[in-house]
Ligand binder design. Sequence first.
Ligand code: ADP
Length: 594
Amino acid sequence: MIRSPFFWKLFGGFTLVALLGIVVTGQLVSRWLETDLEASIREDLGREALLIRELARPALAGGDAASLQRQIARIAPGTETRLTVIREDGVVLAESDEDPATMDNHASRPEVAEARRSGRGSAVRFSRTIAATMVYVAVAVDQGGVRIGYTRAGLPVAAVASRLDGLRDIVVVAGVVATLLALGAGFWIASRVTGRLAVLTGAAERLASGDVSVRIPTGANERDEIGRLAGAFSVMTRALAERVATVEDDRRTLRAVLGSMAEGVLAVDADMSVLHMNDTAATLFGADVVRSVGEPIWEVARVAGVGEAVEETLAAGGQVQRELSVDVAGATRTLELLASPLRDGEGRVAGAVVVLHDQTDLRRLETVRSDFVANVSHELKTPITAIRGLIETIVDDREMPDETRDRFLSKIQNQSIRLSLLVTDLLTLARLESAAGLPDLEPIDLRTVVNTSVDHFRVDAADRGLTLEVEVPSDRVDVLGDQDALGLVVNNLVDNALKYTPEGGRVSVALRTDDGAAEIAVRDTGVGIAREHHDRVFERFYRVDKARSRELGGTGLGLSIVKHVCKAHGGSVTVESAPAAGSVFAVRLPRRET
Ligand code: ADP
């Protein structure tokens, strides 16, 4: 506080005013005291002159002047006062300090002259007689209406001055005490005011530096201006804190909304510096969200086309659409970019918002769909073309031997069975993929499904020279499911196992349970599948060996149906296999809570 310039201004000002007040008051008081003292001295002297008037009257009327002189000489000592008795003609009859015989005629002395005129006179002047400055008061003595003389009392000014000095000392002491008190009071008031202002200043500085949590302790003097200022400041701080909190909340919400968006969002200002970027955009551009803010867009998005699109939007003030190819984590992704201008309150372009829509999956789906249509057409065309060719040949060749015709008809039959299988599988897939999916699932015992399916293939397995084994638990294995669909799953897996296992091999179907799940494992000792095909065998029409699959009457849709059914039951299907080492297809389904 001692270092506060405001404190010194306040304290200095206060001290100056107090000192001026004290000095002026001291001066006035001492002047007044002087006047008052002089008046009372003149009064006293007048009274003394009056007192000796009666004493002097006989001598003035012509009586014994010598006895008066003795009396006067006796009274005066010890009183500092000089007493004089003057006859009307100015002759001094008696005098306390001098011999009257040696004294001048006093008729023209100012105080005597004044007393002659008005009955009483006073003067301050140098006395030649006693060589000192004196205060005199003279009063006239009358007898029977006739003026007979004057009595006079005088006091040396030195005596008056010493009394005055005494009084001045008191005034000075009082002034010094008052000054000290004023300095003390000034220091206290200045330090108190400065202290309270320092609290406010400190709080204002913290607020200015962005700390809205500052609070001002409200003192007892809440009613004065500083108290009210502190109160207003507190209200303002609270309002500001609330507003800042609201803005923060809004910003957090906006960040959360933008952060959770699947689209990449990026905002830039008019200088093309990044204002905001969400996580998706950061991932697509391989940038860091925090470090990118404030950086130029071409530094952040090192992808051809982004900077140009933003530049175009800022220049034209309209939307710009682009398609970009971006390498994200080693994979090429197709992005649709939409840059829109951001406008300020006056409608000027103040920046741009870039929205990036990852189209990769959509494009892939489109490709998958068109591939699927092409595949289906191709798959259907093959048997139809074959059937048509065979029929045309039979029709054209009327002479065809019965044996050949039968062979042809048998081929037509095979092709139409294949066509029928294909259409059935396609319909099954379409049903599974449709919104309706499976009918309502009901509790079923998986042992029945597995046993029925295995029984269905027993003859087929024997014909192919294969061993078909089944292993099911003795207790029920209940799942919530669709009996037909799950039957299709086991049928497809067992059918594949039999198809792709050479004569003499073994196919085993095992149903097991562990906590919460049921597992159907279809194991064979067949040709196996190389690792790179493991994921793809579940795709529609994907075959490891096309020719062999066709030859074996496969549609290429079996595993894709298995996968769909498992998914619809909340389960999964996996494959473990290696070429020539056989395969294990395992289906896991959640067990029904009992
Ligand atoms: P397909 O009707 O051709 O059998 P799938 O969808 O059932 O069609 O199977 C896809 C491909 O997976 C098959 O063409 C075959 O190459 C391979 N595959 C399926 N099961 C087995 C298996 N048990 N052993 C070896 N390869 C298999």
